[in-house]
Design a protein around this ligand. Structure first.
Ligand code: FAD
Length: 285
């Protein structure tokens, strides 16, 4: 269980996502075989809100748990689940010996109407957390947002619901990506003051390609500091230089976080083992 790892100084983990094409599942297994060599404390697998790839999430989590012999953390979203589907999913994960869940609300999938999204059975991650807690002995992680969730009206409201997730049984939080460590340090100060004391895993997204800014970063709502936008302006035209500069930026972020005593570093691997390995070797090993 991930819980048993908290006596370590810094927990190291990575995130992968299921490939769109079924044929590409072997590529992710190969990536996992390489990431496993870094001896991570856990590897998480994303889940398509709406359940479009829930089978693949469970299959990949089982590979991590039973073949790589690394603790697997399976993401799960409230969007697309009612009670019976949740129980089926919990049983399936249990059967696969996956005992750790990242409980999320999820966003509206492109092919879901606004009405169906609003009518969802579980409204928030907090609803999922209390049901998972009641029906299983799973380790439960949840998401947090150093720059507040884009739908939160204020920092106070964001922290109020974060505390609810912790009070209902979230064992830890993984942060949304952020590129300015000072934002995380201020967030940590605020949540500790509010009485949220569970471990925080800092989500680090290495920016190795310019188009990441147009996709994942924009969607996340995370701000891009001048130092990073300057790097992109300088190296963006040259893929090799951009990869090097983006990896270096992430390495410096991780080194600083570890110096500040962060509980965990969670690398958004983008299914690439080389950048994750480089960050691990330079900043964590
Ligand atoms: P919630 O905790 O429900 O919060 C959403 C909003 O509602 C916030 O504004 C919050 O303040 C408010 N709120 C929370 N609880 C309550 C309450 N009880 N009553 C009223 N308001 C409330 N998405 C996927 O589809 N698949 C993934 O695998 C995935 N992995 C992710 C991993 C990480 C580490 C992170 C940070 C995000 C991930 N996401 C994933 C995205 C996530 O689903 C979205 O950010 C989504 O918009 C919010 O999810 P949440 O669990 O934080 O929601």
């Amino acid at each position: 269980m991930i819980k048993d790892k908290y006596n370590k100084k810094t927990i190291f983990s990575c995130e992968v996502f299921p490939p769109k094409r079924n044929d590409d599942i072997y590529d992710i297994f190969k990536t996992l075989d390489e990431i496993k060599l870094l001896n991570p404390d856990f590897i998480s697998v994303t889940y398509g809100a709406g359940g479009s790839n829930s089978k693949k999430t469970a299959t990949i989590a089982a590979y991590i748990q039973n073949i790589c012999e690394v603790d697997a953390l399976a993401h799960m979203t409230a969007v697309g689940l009612d009670e019976s589907a949740l129980v089926t999913l919990l049983n399936e994960l249990k059967k696969k010996r996956v005992n750790n869940i990242l409980a999320l609300r999820g966003d509206k999938p492109r092919d879901m109407s606004e009405e169906d999204f609003e009518r969802r059975y579980y409204k928030h991650a907090s609803d999922l957390i209390s049901v998972i807690k009641e029906k299983s002995d799973m380790y439960i992680a949840a998401a947090c947002y150093p720059e507040i969730h884009p739908e939160s009206k204020s920092k106070e409201e964001d922290i109020k619901y974060l505390k609810l997730k912790a009070d209902l049984g979230a064992d830890s939080f993984i942060t949304q990506m952020f590129f300015d460590n000072d934002i995380l340090y201020r967030f940590l100060e605020d949540i500790r003051k509010a009485g949220i004391n569970v471990p925080i895993h800092a989500g680090i997204m290495p920016i190795t390609k310019v188009n990441q800014l147009g996709t994942s970063v924009t969607l996340s709502g995370s701000s891009v500091p001048k130092k990073l936008s300057n790097l992109i302006a300088k190296y963006g035209e040259n893929p090799d230089d951009m990869k090097k500069a983006g990896t270096e930026y992430a390495i410096n972020q991780v080194k600083d976080l570890i110096n500040h005593g962060i509980d965990g570093i969670h690398i958004y691997s983008m299914n690439k083992s080389d950048v994750t390995t480089e960050i691990y070797k330079a900043a964590i090993a």
